[in-house]
Design a binder for this molecule. Structure first.
Ligand code: TYD
Length: 140
């Protein structure tokens, strides 16, 4: 799933009055948006996320400040992305492990999700994630 992870760039509709960024479901975002949440007030030492989702796709946008996202595919591949511009986001498909960290003090991380919250579709154990990836790949 690593090759599905990608940065998205949203059009800026700024003028002399300031910046405006629009993100529309199924257009700028590759899914219908069912849920929005945002994360702020996390210290630089904090690591959030640490899960994969069986059903939910996400787009993460640092609308203020900066953070980093480390993604892992459960097959040994890892990548790190920096979120530091309000008009860019990262698309995360289902079944990708993610850690968010290195939050700047002013970081506001906006998260758009394709599904309503359901704790049972979260995988919060990395070994379990690797196991489910192997099953999906038909290796067991
Ligand atoms: P958690 O998934 O640990 O946040 P993050 O992945 O950003 O570090 O969620 C923290 C708590 O909030 C946890 O008790 C579940 C709850 N929660 C909801 O009730 N609804 C939601 O949409 C989300 C994302 C979390």
């Amino acid at each position: 799933n690593m090759n599905k992870v990608r940065m998205l760039e949203f059009p800026q509709r700024g003028d002399q009055r300031g910046h405006l960024v629009v993100v529309e479901g199924n257009q700028d975002i590759p899914f219908e948006i069912k849920r929005v949440f945002y994360i702020y007030g996390s210290d630089a030492e904090v690591v959030r996320g640490q899960h994969a989702n069986r059903l939910t796709e996400f787009v993460l946008i640092n609308v203020a400040g900066r953070s980093k996202v480390r993604v892992a595919d459960g097959e040994g591949n890892e990548a790190i992305y920096c979120l530091n511009r309000p008009h860019t986001g990262i698309y995360l498909p289902t079944m990708i492990w993610k850690d968010m960290y290195d939050f700047s003090e002013d970081s506001v991380l906006l998260v758009l999700a394709s599904e309503h919250y359901d704790a049972s579709e979260y995988i919060r154990n990395y070994e379990e994630f690797e196991k489910e990836i192997k099953t999906l790949n038909g290796e067991v």
